[in-house]
Write a protein that binds this ligand. Structure first.
Ligand SMILES: [Zn+2]
Length: 213
């Protein structure tokens, strides 16, 4: 089973991808984690990507596509995987489709976590992140035991400038502009399933598993 998980920032996509992959026995492939792993290992791909990021540029599509294509050919993914953070654009989706076709494979389901703009603003606006281990907290939904301090590593919590409400509204708008064509692309292929992302983590997880099974 090959699944793509889509969802706006603040939809809990990473958490859901991890939990779904455990329940379904699939490999969780996060493009962000994969990129960090390449950089830590100092691979050619990782070094090239870092050069772009140092200059404040986006890592080009081609690089990300190469990285994902290499990953989905590894033997541990023979029972399937959940892609998280990729594809982000229709161009990436087309490249992925082509790469899979060459192996006689295809994406089975694209699960889209749907959360209203108002709910996203509430969630992202109250977000605090640990400086040391990056664990996210939320002042209403998942507050830390001690204010301003990480439960896991005691690190200091901070709020990103991106998480101010103006920045959040802008991020949601940009995300929609990028993702709507992608949603349309998979909708036309009949692989898209939409899931209500406004329940509890467990409810959303159940809906997602039901939708892709
Ligand atoms: Zn921490």
């Amino acid at each position: 089973m090959r699944i793509i998980l889509l969802g706006p920032p603040g939809a809990g996509k990473g958490t859901q991808a991890k939990s779904m992959s455990e329940s379904l026995g699939l490999v969780h492939i996060s493009s962000g984690d994969l990129l960090r792993d390449h950089q830590n290992r100092g691979t050619e791909l990782g070094v090239t990507a870092r050069d772009y990021m140092k200059k404040g540029l986006l890592v080009p599509d081609d690089l990300i596509i190469d990285m994902i294509e290499e990953r989905i050919k590894m033997p541990d993914v023979e029972f399937g995987y959940i892609l998280d953070g990729f594809p982000r654009t229709v161009q990436q989706a087309r490249s992925l489709e082509k790469a899979l076709e060459n192996q006689g494979e295809r994406i089975d389901k694209v699960a889209n976590i749907v959360v209203s703009d108002q709910e996203l603003i509430t969630r992202l606006g109250g977000r605090w992140i640990c400086r040391q281990c990056q664990q996210p907290f939320h002042e209403i939904n998942s507050p830390p035991q001690i204010e301003g301090q990480c439960d896991t590593c005691n690190g200091e919590l901070y709020q990103r400038e991106d998480d101010t409400s103006e920045a959040v509204v802008k991020r949601i708008k940009v995300f929609g502009e990028q993702t709507n064509p992608l949603i349309e692309y998979y909708s036309k292929r009949g692989t898209l399933v939409s899931v209500d992302g406004e329940g509890s983590i467990e409810q959303v997880r159940e809906s997602l598993i039901g939708a892709v099974s």
